[in-house]
Design a protein. Structure first.
Length: 550
């Protein structure tokens, strides 16, 4: 493989590698996600440096998994301890969105030909016509990012050995549960302790994109947003369809929560010039499995909820406020409709209790324990019974089993958290190392603007989910208690190594390849910036971070 790369210029190397990697189906959860790590290992082993030093290229098998992380270490020329981590991920989302084009989802040439004739979307057709865009699943997110890191690894090994060390990490499972990066934390800690290295910074090159139509700015990020998955179990009171006026249907409360939270920008954090995502509903359903004329007894709903400066504790408080308001408004509306119904029927209304309890998993657990209910045993037994289910579904089953322990079976909304959890982190002004890194990035971007003509902007939070979240954590243990206490079976079914992340505390930059429509069938990469400008920009930041200007 090296022999083919050696004949190409830098931009050609990046494109050749991207084409090779894109052609490999590494869809998350597929056999290809297992196989691609071996391909990458073999590819890097073909580089002359790693032929001489095979001990500096290795695979890490993810515990309880068949997938592997790829590590490669390039020592600096000054025998220094300072190390910069280059990282990327090799898994992609699925290709269902390609429809009839699924057979060509990993074929950039076939897709370019197709989109060049596509008359339904002018922007896509015009991009294809330029020849500057590379179409395919994984082209932007993020096989091209791996290619850029490999090009720089080769360049550093053969021509521009930096003062400090380069550690390359390519992970699995970024698009789902981040099992790859969570496993890598252990290896990163081991290397730090055994080799006495110091992680000066991490550079991820996950894709960047325009933030509005006509936007040509290249955004560089000095951190990444976090994420929680707030789940609401809604218990109502079932009834026959002929007798629904006196009960609360849980689907109405879930629907109200959906309307209150989904895409509600007023709930999102307000930060000038940052790209902030509002909450997104990812799942909503009731617990009925078949048709009958009984209303649902419960409903499930959960949301993608990004965190930037907001803590999990603050998010929990806000979510509870919204849930209480939603439940109260639905209850009042149901009571009003009941009153109107009885009046219409010429009957006297009953004195009914329309209240809906809104609580957290932890508070509900304590409430049941005060009734001497076998809460712990019920949680363990339910988790075992439904161990075959998706973990989020399993957690809903746990809360539902807890609801059955309540003798009164009160209508209630229970807020809990489920996987994944990603901490938020960013460079903080005033911290010496962080200030140096900010200055380094600013100087490198200014130099690149003069040479390339590109326009850059520095932002604090990479706006999409990223493995970089697991490299540092800024929330205290007390602030994270709202997550852990309300997370069923934390440490058993799911865990994030918070203390290890806190020890690592690696400043995280994202200097990404440039693309559009990631996770869509029109996913495409802009080659001129990604292959001609970005590799040199990352090398310049690396050199400056080590105290040398390239």
């Amino acid at each position: 493989m090296y022999e083919q790369l050696a004949t190409l210029c830098e931009a050609e190397q990046a494109e050749w590698l991207t084409m090779k990697l894109v052609a490999l189906d590494s869809t998350n959860g597929s056999a290809g996600e297992i196989e691609i790590s071996d391909y990458l290992h073999k590819l890097i082993r073909s580089f002359p440096y790693f032929q001489k030093h095979p001990e500096h290229i290795w695979l890490q098998t993810i515990p309880n998994d068949k997938r592997k992380n790829v590590f490669a270490f390039l020592p600096g020329k000054a025998n220094a301890k300072e190390t910069i981590l280059f990282h990327a991920h090799y898994d992609t989302v699925g290709i269902e969105d390609y429809g009839t084009l699924s057979a060509h989802a990993f074929d950039p040439e076939a897709l370019l030909a197709y989109f060049s004739d596509d008359v339904t979307n002018t922007e896509i057709r015009e991009d294809a016509a330029t020849g500057d865009w590379l179409f395919a699943r994984g082209s932007a997110d993020m096989k091209s990012g791996i290619a850029v890191h490999l090009v720089n690894l080769l360049r550093f090994a053969e021509h521009e050995r930096p003062t400090g060390n380069i550690l390359l990490l390519i992970t699995a499972d970024e698009e789902s549960e981040h099992a790859g990066m969570k496993a890598a934390i252990t290896e990163l800690q081991y290397l730090r302790n055994e080799w006495r290295i110091h992680y000066k910074a991490a550079i991820n090159n996950d894709y960047i994109s325009p933030q509005y139509e006509g936007d040509s700015t290249r955004y560089m990020y000095t951190g990444t947003c976090g994420k929680v998955l707030p789940c609401f179990y809604v218990a109502g009171k079932e009834s026959h369809v002929g007798d629904t006026m006196t009960t609360v249907n849980p689907t109405s409360i879930a629907s109200k929560l959906n309307l209150e939270l989904h895409n509600n920008v007023e709930i999102a954090e307000q930060m000038k010039e940052e790209f902030i995502l509002p909450p997104t509903c990812l799942y909503q359903r009731d617990n009925k499995q078949t048709y009958d004329v009984q209303t649902a007894t419960s409903a499930y709903i959960y949301f993608n909820f990004c965190l930037y400066e907001r803590t999990v504790h603050e998010a929990t408080t806000r979510l509870l406020e919204i849930a209480r308001r939603s439940a109260e408004e639905v209850s009042k509306e149901y009571e009003s409709r009941y009153q109107a119904f009885t009046k219409q029927m010429g009957r006297d209304p009953k004195n009914l209790d329309w209240s809906v309890e809104v609580t957290t998993f932890e508070a509900f657990k304590k409430e049941l324990e005060a009734l001497n209910a076998p809460v712990a045993d019920t949680i363990e037994q339910t988790a075992h019974t439904f161990r075959h289910l998706d973990i989020r579904e399993r957690f809903f089953k746990i809360v539902e089993a807890m609801q059955m322990l309540d003798p009164a079976r009160k209508p209630r909304v229970v807020l809990f958290y489920a996987p994944p959890f990603l901490p938020h982190n960013h460079l903080q002004e005033g911290a010496k190392d962080h200030d140096h890194l900010l200055k380094t990035l600013d100087e490198a971007l200014a130099a690149s603007e003069k040479i390339s003509g590109e326009t850059y902007r520095i932002r604090r939070f990479f706006p999409f989910i990223s493995d970089s979240s697991y490299l540092a954590i800024q929330e205290s243990d007390d602030e994270l208690a709202a997550l852990i206490d309300n997370f069923p079976r934390w440490g058993k079914d799911y865990e994030v190594p918070l203390s290890e992340i806190r020890k690592l505390s690696i400043p995280a930059l994202n200097m990404g390849v440039y693309g559009k429509d990631a996770h869509q069938w029109s996913e495409r990469l802009y080659k001129p910036f990604s292959f001609r400008v970005l590799p040199g920009l990352i090398r310049d930041v690396t050199a400056r971070a080590f105290g040398n200007s390239s």
